[in-house]
Design a protein around this ligand. Structure first.
Ligand SMILES: [Zn+2]
Length: 187
């Protein structure tokens, strides 16, 4: 590709006009680029703090130090709905300590191992499940990441643990909306 392009653009950080060499350039300088990145990063962690406050949860660092977590805390760190965690507990998918209906505690260790186990011994007809995935009834992985604000790694752990069928379509990976919404839809 020619690098002799001269494109007038507006820097996404300082908002000044500059001449870019490629259509993909977003900042006038490296300095603006790294400053903007830092601000975005900060905003992200502020969002996490706000979410914890809104849910009346302790800060993330404190949750991370605990060996036993409440359902709410578990939902928060796994980026799942509280209902999903209750379902996992009820179906004994995640080991839990039930002192009473209002006092369910989940060991951090059990949360970690929950995502490490990958059940393979099931007799599900995978090809049949794949055939049920069509362009019309699916999300791409990227769409799921955006819609449910979850990291790629966390999503793949969940898909693998729950054995959600996926299908490659060109450079995209498709998953059925029905399968995904069931996991993430909020109360
Ligand atoms: Zn700039």
């Amino acid at each position: 590709m020619s690098s002799n392009l001269n494109i007038k653009k507006r820097c996404e950080h300082c908002k000044n006009e500059f001449v870019a060499k490629t259509t993909k350039t977003r900042y006038c300088s490296l300095k603006c680029n790294s400053r903007h990145y830092k601000i975005l990063h900060q905003q992200k962690s502020i969002k996490t703090i706000e979410k914890a406050t809104e849910l009346k949860l302790p800060p993330l660092e404190e949750i991370n130090k605990k060996d036993f977590l409440t359902v709410k805390e578990t939902a928060f760190i796994l980026n799942m709905s509280v209902r999903t965690v209750y379902r996992l507990v009820a179906e004994k998918e995640i080991n839990s300590y039930n002192f009473s209906i209002r006092k369910i505690l989940i060991r951090r260790k059990d949360i970690d191992s929950y995502f490490d186990i990958n059940l393979n011994g099931t007799n599900i007809d995978r090809d049949h499940l794949k055939k049920l995935i069509t362009l019309e009834n699916s999300y791409t992985i990227n769409e799921v990441l955006k819609k449910y604000n979850i990291s790629n790694g966390a999503l793949y752990r969940i898909l693998s643990r729950l054995e959600i069928p996926k299908k490659n379509f060109g450079k995209h990976v498709l998953v059925r909306k029905e399968d995904i919404d069931k996991i993430f839809v909020n109360d």
